[in-house]
Design a protein around this ligand. Sequence first.
Ligand code: GDP
Length: 506
Amino acid sequence: MAERRTFAIISHPDAGKTTLTEKLLLTGGAIHLAGEVKARGQARRARSDWMKIEQQRGISVTSSVMTFERDGITFNLLDTPGHEDFSEDTYRTLTAVDSAIMVIDAAKGIEPQTRKLFEVCRLRSVPIITFVNKVDREGREPFELMDEVADMLALDVCPMTWPVGMGGRFEGILDLASGSVARPEGPSKEFLGKIDTDATIPEEFAEQVELAQIGYPEFDVDAYRAGDLTPVFFGSALKNFGVTDVIEAIATHAPPPRPQPSEAGPVEPTKDEVSGFIFKVQANMDPQHRDRIAFMRLVSGTFKRGMKLTPSGLGKPIAVHSPIMFFAQDREIADTAEPGDIIGIPNHGTLRVGDSLSEKNDIRFTGLPNFAPEILRRVKLADPTKTKQLRKALDDLSEEGVIQVFYPEIGSQWVIGVVGQLQLDVLISRLAAEYKVDASLEPAPFATARWVKGDEKKIDEFAGFNRANMAKDRDDDPVFLAKSPWDVGYQQEKNPDLTFSTTKER
Ligand code: GDP
């Protein structure tokens, strides 16, 4: 069985995730996929156009999971739609990976989306390899960028490579361990494979390089795997610098499939019983059929086509006859999958995000969080007789992770919450297109939501005083709808026995 590396790329829009993804796939020989990634990148740019979103969704089934092989290792790259259309879906994908590459634009440093996604990785101690991209252009000082990663993310940093100049004076990427330099060539100044093994560093950069060599602690693989240290690579995805460096770093240092937390303790990948969890559901892929694809991360055992697994939410086994498997281009269609692999399971709504699947129905994975939405809206129906359809639609879409829905204790208007603005457009379009529900959104008098946790009696007491701000989520768990972040702090101070949580685990 080939070794597995299951990873994701996190970044802020335009940092170069699509370009790096393409180059990684090219390096791994999965060339046919590179075009699709591009197509998606372009589609993404026309965000307002619903057709385009639809197109993107269509294409993203195949590119949700990109598998390639290199040097006997199978790489599973999971796509995280890291743009403004980012939703809980994005976050949850990060629960299915064992490591991540963080792409930073050398001119911009750590940007907001990078930071948010990083925090999610931190929740699960996902190890991060940092790739500082676009050194072929003028960027910020490498030392300044290193400091920013260390300070903003509270991580130890360890440079593995270093840029010899940037922008117009870019002369290559120095490998700090070997001293060799990858050189730009030709009119486009790309990396075409030219490596100087005993390169001399021009005087103007020599001092900086020396400082980089001595100024940081040595790379410590355990600290990296614990999520405390990030190795930093410099490069240019566009000009092909650093691409093999990061893929080799993933191969050499990134953890193989990790044990996953469950109610009865971590489940090891070496366990014989087949088990996995659903981290993503894509509904209504085909408007003619109300089918969905549930994406399962295999945690343990060898999955075989046709196998019977019991989803925790259902209680009775389902036979997985036609799983979608994602394989490297030139490998024969295999019928098995190993821990770390992803399989897509077509179903009619029986599988939900957060479900655990196992042969004996005895494993419950934990740690698939919901995230507190940052935008809250009331849903207003054009035709009040469509209440039932609306409820069904909101339940479906919250199941998919497109939105979260809260049912206030007082009043009849449901509140929906999202973490990104585009999710609101997606919601309205899909309500109309798929559920024939004409609805609009109104401002809600709340700024944020928190799950209230603690002793049941204490929660009831709290709810009694704050009826107008209490709601239930779709699992019937109590939620405090706060007028402002300040309000959350105030209530927390007044109710030290309760926790006002920004995440909820299913
Ligand atoms: P994404 O939004 O993070 O997926 O970013 P893209 O990969 O689409 O890149 C955004 C823009 O930056 C595109 O115009 C790319 O051509 C450009 N770009 C990506 N990588 C590099 C690089 O290494 N150097 C330069 N100069 N431009 C780059």
